[in-house]
Design a protein around this ligand. Structure first.
Ligand code: BGC
Length: 868
């Protein structure tokens, strides 16, 4: 932040130089990665006039202009296995040049075409299905190694150790992709682990997502062919004299059903027998003479380098409370619904079994496990007889409560820690306002995202599902892109979406990776993830490349819909989830919403066609742009003709219908206002309660604010009765629930058989809190320009938001005092802000801090906290 700048430093400096999409290092996942940097400056209106990039061995390249984000690689392509140092300095429009940035080491993490040689190896004598195990080999190093990189992947999940030490602290590698088409490899720098002389490499692994059984209603089955996990690894050593050596997995390796992990499943949990620990197994000299040679599995795709942040342990939480349940069981309460697992320190007799069952809520004083359905979510630890410190390795659970049985002696809560696990994304968004319940709602949204951004964006993290439901992320995408730097994570997931979609003839299905028996059907608001998610990434992270990469997928989705829509240009009939989980839908029929599913479906045809037109225009494809504009316009007219009256009613007279018409711009300006008024009226009639499901929830507050009904939006936000966003907060929720009433007012769990307490979809309102309530919105892709237009909703005294954008820290917020509003804005260096304040002319301002005081536009009586 500019105000933190050390006065002894120059007025501008370059920070956060990065290469590629990942935020946690400078990884070249391709030979020509893009480069980004941030300029911090306390000089008002600072703008970049030129930049210089210095690469050791590549010279200095000067680039005129103000681009500082995803700038094309200006040097010769990086070869594989390369490492070089990159620095950046910039010259401002005033002519002053900054010092060089801190040097960052850029590392190639990709392999050349044809370079992948490692075979996929597994156990020759697995003990049952999905059998975890160990594989190992030894090798000699004869000289000075200057760099060593381990490229590894798995049909399953793995961790590798060299000479007894784990190669990194990532977990559940290599994550989940559409394995049949796309497998990613890590590229871990292991230079510090390799020694001169004899070395050993060992890999422990389990089935993870690869051997999991997917499907519902007793139909669950494996989808990836083999019922056994396998791993592939390739260690590249570069010697000081330029010589290279490569160690690869292959038939010469040995593998055994050994090591503490006896069985492991994503849904089931893990059985760990610490008596099976094998000290020294990944060190040289270990006697593996009794281990059979590994078997080689088919590797149908060439692994590609990963370009997203890995899954890691991101936080630890202590026990808040030890509960004794009515049936006499011991339950630990961590005070927060989280995703991860327990690490325990325990001593008992060899063979004692400590069992941990996990759940998100308690019901009737006992662990509420019904919502987990077929997920056992149970870890069993068989003690060694000595002091054991153990954390299950290849599974995760969604829980706040853990029931522990079999603990030898008295359980010391300090011996148990909840370890939070998730994709290690950089936090970028913070919001705060005068209502503590809203602040807790925001916090719940953050936790919901942390738990459900675990390698893929999932619906929920606890029951026998945890799938990449397309509708959920379509709805939540803008919020995800606000709270965390989710660019790399979602761009990687979109690659899976594209390959699965291509395999389904253009249909983007229900879940990605696609693992459901009937999942290859088009459903509105679900398959539209194909057009919406890339658009959101471009809008929030300003990287046109994502549009270019996804364009064929975006187009294929709309082409497929147009074909189905036929002459009428309406998407009618067929299966739809519709406005899923409308609060009025019966617990067991979540698709039975107030709005007709055809109204939702055809609206999405318009929406997606527009997004394709916009992407085409952005990519310079004028003809395509015109074509899809035409498609969108014809579909829009059809929608208006079929589903609206001339006076401005929609055949489904429901909140979601009007919200769509307004947010997706389906009607002309006059009708839009009429519909906004009708929407406000419907909300009022519902007692200021939300009446929307997945489709309407992310857009209703915008639709109200955009049609002059910020007061109604405010009352909707601050409502605490059921259904509302704050109802769950008043019930003690620490994450966002799947249903408006996942827990009923009497504390019992909703009788529907689909009831999670950690679903991010309804948390999508958080994006509106940033953009409209605090007033911090993108005015150009990547926040190159901010749009600051705060809407002081009734019931709040102040609200503010901060974002770490690609250009640096941006802030906007307001505070009501004595009938005035004090508006505060921070504009990052090298950007501008378009500021529209109520009752004032819009202004464009440059980088720096700005403040305005204007009359509070709200009627005096409605400003204070109005929560009832
Ligand atoms: C999931 C959802 C998903 C839905 C599709 C549920 O079981 O948890 O969030 O989008 O099915 O209808």
């Amino acid at each position: 932040m500019s105000s933190d700048l050390d006065p002894s430093l120059p007025a501008a400096r370059v920070t956060a130089v990065r290469v590629g999409r990942r935020r946690d290092g400078a990884f070249a996942a391709s030979p020509a990665p893009r480069v980004s940097w941030v300029v911090e400056s306390d000089a008002p209106g600072w703008r970049q006039a030129a930049a210089e990039l210095r690469l050791d061995g590549g010279g200095v390249v000067r680039l005129d202009g103000d681009e500082s984000h995803v700038v094309d690689w200006p040097f010769a392509p990086m070869p594989p296995h390369a490492r070089c140092t990159l620095e950046v300095r910039v010259t401002g429009e005033s002519g002053v040049t900054t010092p060089w940035s801190e040097p960052v080491t850029v590392r190639s993490v990709f392999l050349a075409d044809g370079e992948w040689r490692a075979e996929l190896v597994g156990l020759a004598e697995p003990d049952g299905e999905a059998c975890p195990g160990l594989v190992r080999t030894e090798f000699d190093v004869d000289g000075d190694v200057v760099s060593a990189t381990l490229y590894a992947t798995a049909h399953g999940v793995y961790q590798a150790a060299i000479n007894g030490k784990d190669v990194d602290d990532d977990v559940l590698k290599p994550g989940w992709t559409s394995y049949g088409y796309r497998l990613e490899h890590e590229a871990t720098d292991v230079t510090g682990l390799v020694v001169r002389g004899r070395n050993a490499i060992g890999i422990r692994f389990a089935g993870g997502w690869f051997t999991e059984k997917y499907g519902f209603h007793g139909q669950a089955r494996r989808v990836y062919g083999s019922d056994q996990p396998a791993v592939a690894a390739q260690l590249h050593l570069l010697y000081a004299d330029g010589a290279t050596q490569v160690v690869v997995t292959g038939p010469g390796w040995r593998g055994a059903v050994a090591g503490p992990v006896v069985s492991s499943g994503i849904y089931d949990g893990e059985v760990v027998d610490l008596r099976r620990a094998l000290p020294g197994w990944s060190e040289p000299g270990f006697d593996d003479g009794a281990w059979p040679a590994v078997v080689v599995h088919d590797l149908d795709v060439v692994p590609e380098s990963s370009d997203a942040e890995p899954v890691r342990r991101t936080q630890e939480l202590a026990v808040q409370q030890v509960l004794t349940t009515p049936s006499g069981r011991t339950v630990l309460d961590f005070g927060q619904n989280l995703v991860g697992r327990l690490r325990v320190r325990v001593r008992g007799a060899a063979g004692d079994v400590v069992t941990v069952r996990h759940a998100e809520v308690m019901e009737d004083g006992e662990l509420g496990v019904r919502p987990l359905r077929h997920a056992r979510a149970t870890d069993e630890i068989v003690l060694s007889g000595g002091e054991d410190v153990v954390e299950p390795e290849f599974t995760f659970h969604g829980f706040r409560y853990a029931e522990v049985t079999g603990w030898p002696g008295e359980l010391d809560p300090a011996a148990v820690t909840a370890v939070v696990v998730g994709s290690d994304l950089r936090r970028t968004g913070w919001f705060e306002c005068s209502d503590p319940l809203v602040n807790r709602l925001h916090e719940n949204v953050v936790w919901g995202m942390r738990g459900n951004f675990l390698s893929v964006p999932t619906d929920c993290p606890q029951r026998d599902e945890r799938l990449g439901w397309t509708g959920d992320i379509q709805v939540f995408g803008p919020t995800a892109a606000t709270l965390f730097d989710s660019d790399a994570f979602l761009a990687a997931w979109l690659k899976d979406l594209a390959v699965d979609q291509a395999a389904a003839g253009g249909v983007c299905g229900f879940v990605v990776p696609q693992v459901l028996p009937d999942g290859d059907q088009p459903a509105a608001a679900w398959g539209d993830a194909a057009t919406v998610v890339p658009t959101v990434l471009f809008e929030r992270f300003g990287d046109r490349a994502v549009l270019a990469e996804q364009y064929p997928s975006m187009r294929a989705w709309v082409d497929m819909l147009v074909e189905r829509a036929g002459e009428r240009m309406l998407w009618e009939g067929g299966f739809q989830f519709g406005d899923w989980l409308d609060p009025d839908s019966p617990p067991d029929h979540p698709a039975q919403a107030k709005v007709d599913p055809d109204v939702v479906a055809s609206a999405h045809l318009v929406r997606s066609a527009r997004l394709v037109a916009r992407a085409a225009r952005e990519l310079g494809m004028a003809e395509d742009a015109e074509h899809y504009d035409d498609v969108a316009e014809r579909a829009r007219q059809a929608w208006v003709r079929e589903y609206t009256t001339p006076a401005g009613r929609i055949v489904s007279d429901a909140q979601t219908a009007y919200a769509m018409a307004i947010a997706y711009e389906l009607v002309d300006a006059d009708t839009r206002q009429t519909m906004g008024d009708r929407l406000a009226e419907l909300v009022r009639r519902a007692g200021d309660r939300i009446g929307t499901g997945f489709v309407g929830t992310p857009i209703i507050a915008d639709a109200l604010t955009d049609t002059g009904h910020a007061d109604v939006a405010g009352r909707l936000l601050l409502q605490t009765g059921v259904p509302s966003w704050l109802y769950a907060v008043t019930m003690g929720a620490t994450t966002v629930w799947e249903r408006w009433d996942s827990m009923l007012p009497d504390g019992s769990i909703n009788p529907g058989q689909m009831t999670s307490f950690n679903h991010y979809a309804f948390g999508a309102v958080a994006d509106w809190l940033y953009r409209r309530v605090a007033g911090l919105a993108p005015g150009a892709p990547g926040y190159r320009r901010l749009r600051v237009a705060p809407v002081p909703v009734d019931g709040l005294d102040h609200a503010s938001a901060r974002l770490e954008t690609a250009y640096g820290t941006a802030e906007a917020g307001w505070r009501a005092e004595d009938g005035q509003l004090r508006v505060h804005v921070v504009v990052p260096a090298n950007t501008t802000a378009y500021v529209e304040l109520p009752g004032a002319d819009a202004v464009e301002v440059g980088a720096g801090e700005h403040e305005w005081t204007i009359p509070d536009p709200r009627p005096a009586g409605e400003r204070s906290l109005a929560t009832v």
